[in-house]
Design a protein around this ligand. Structure first.
Ligand code: PLP
Length: 456
């Protein structure tokens, strides 16, 4: 089936195909980020506005990925582009190598909207989770990092353990996903199961006094768009405190996604540290580690943790975008987030209905729960057992439970033939998406489902 879809895709995208041939001569696999390099080749984008991107072949693609989920207002929203243009006109844009008032203002907004005491900026989510791990290990004097199987914390050593599902292994989520990691990294990571309270209790009982930190996403993103239950969050907080481990919420996706601040504000549980990026950067590279002053103090003079930021940390243009984005979200919070959640809900039900009409049972995750009231993010799963509601990556990423290839690859390519782009079967609704766009998504899913049903 995939070969048939790929052939049709190649026929309708000759310019992107030609660019792929050129790209392969200079770039590994034709690009620099694996997930963007869909097969047979990605559409090469020339411009992006609101809910749409336009590719070299002139297709206007309705985009539900929105810059790795960063663009909560859609592509290139005027609120951000005008702030950037203003800055550049005034000679405040590229890196100066100095410090300025802007980073103080952005830190103030971030602390006020998250409840954290201190913040230090960096330039990617991967660096933020890595620095948060350094801080935790230094603060506690312990080695072990506890994480959730299927949780993604970016490309840093401890984050690269237990990400992909390994069907051949009963533990399924304990492998190191990269060669070349520092010796012993794998044995420094303990992997627990998302939303599984008894397993968390058992692991803390067994290893609690060696655990430096427990890091997880309060809303699991690439693991399947699954919100943590309130009980899981509460237990994580309680056990981390009891065992002297630091609790880190990786809010790289969740921060400013469900309200104009940290998601922890919604469920009233404070981590010791939290990491932010994506939405708070307004489409520019901004990330942050925020949290307890006594822990972050280790990043300061004499603290001993080399959290030195990097040449492009606190980049003036990036922080201009970040301030514009956060201020906008704060202003619009009361109307923006309920609308996004309602649109997310509508997208999920529309997609399920479209597949059901072709006899394919699809289950969309991303609905709110007792911790997060509603969400603009969704993934599609195709469980073999009708009625299965997936609550952990042990289901969503397990090819014996769900048709993972159908969700990840086949649906993506089938929808692209209709100029709709999804990630993990769906993705994120932005403020730029309209009811009409959701209807278009439904129609495209219906056509994709019919195509798929023919080959099934
Ligand atoms: C939850 C989470 N943490 C960390 C990262 C890494 O962020 P970055 O891609 O900015 O390095 C990601 C990226 O997708 C993420 O989703």
């Amino acid at each position: 089936m995939i070969a048939h879809l790929a052939a049709e895709y190649e026929r309708r995208s000759p310019k992107s195909a030609a660019l792929q041939a050129e790209a392969l001569r200079v770039l590994i696999d034709g690009g620099s980020h694996t997930i963007r390099l869909l097969r047979p080749f990605p559409p090469r984008i020339v411009s992006a506005h609101g809910a749409f991107v336009t590719d070299e072949d002139g297709h206007q693609i309705l985009d539900f990925w929105q810059g790795h989920y960063a663009n909560i207002l859609g592509h290139n929203p005027p609120v951000i582009t005008s702030a950037l243009a203003r800055g550049f006109q005034e000679g405040f844009g590229l890196q100066t190598g100095f410090t300025d008032a802007l980073q103080v203002r952005v830190a103030e907004i971030l602390c006020a909207r998250t409840g954290h005491e201190r913040v230090r900026f960096t330039s990617s989510g991967s660096l933020a989770t890595m620095y948060a791990t350094f801080l935790s290990r230094a603060f506690t004097g312990r080695e072990l990092v506890m994480k959730v199987g299927g949780g993604w914390h970016g490309a840093q050593p401890w984050g690269l353990v237990g990400v992909d599902y390994h069907a051949e292994d009963a533990q399924s989520f304990t492998h190191a996903e990269s060669k070349g990691l520092p010796h012993g990294t794998e044995s420094q990571v303990i992997v627990t199961r998302f939303n599984d309270v008894p397993m968390l209790e058992e692991l803390f009982r067994a290893h609690g006094n060696q655990v430096a930190c427990f890091i997880f996403e309060p809303f699991l993103g690439s693991g399947g768009c699954l919100p943590a239950s309130r009980e899981f969050l509460r237990t994580a907080r309680e056990l981390s405190t009891r065992h002297g481990a630091l609790l880190i919420f990786d809010e790289v996706i969740a921060g400013f996604r469900f309200c104009a601040g940290s998601s922890s504000r919604l469920f009233g549980i404070s981590p010791d540290l939290a990491t932010y990026a994506k939405v708070m950067g307004g489409g520019m590279p901004v990330a942050a580690v925020a949290g307890r002053a006594d822990v972050l103090a280790l990043a300061g003079r004499g603290g001993g943790v080399k959290f030195s930021g990097g040449t492009y940390s606190c980049h003036p243009a990036s922080l201009s975008a970040s301030r514009a984005m956060m201020e906008h979200l704060v202003r619009e919070e009361a109307t923006l987030y309920p609308r996004l959640a309602a649109m997310g809900e509508k997208a999920r039900r529309t997609v399920e209905k479209a597949f059901a009409a072709a006899g394919i049972a699809a289950q969309c995750s991303g609905d709110g729960n007792d911790a997060i009231p509603g969400s603009s993010m969704s993934a599609v799963h195709f469980p073999y057992e009708p009625g299965t509601v997936c609550t952990s990556p042990e289901q969503t990423r397990n090819p014996d439970v769900c048709d993972v290839e159908l969700a990840d690859t086949v649906v993506q390519l089938a929808l692209l033939l209709d100029d709709v782009f999804v990630m993990h079967g769906l993705g994120a609704v932005s403020a730029a998406h309209t009811e009409k766009d959701i209807e278009r998504l439904g129609d495209a899913c219906a056509r994709a489902a019919r195509r798929i049903a023919v080959f099934a």
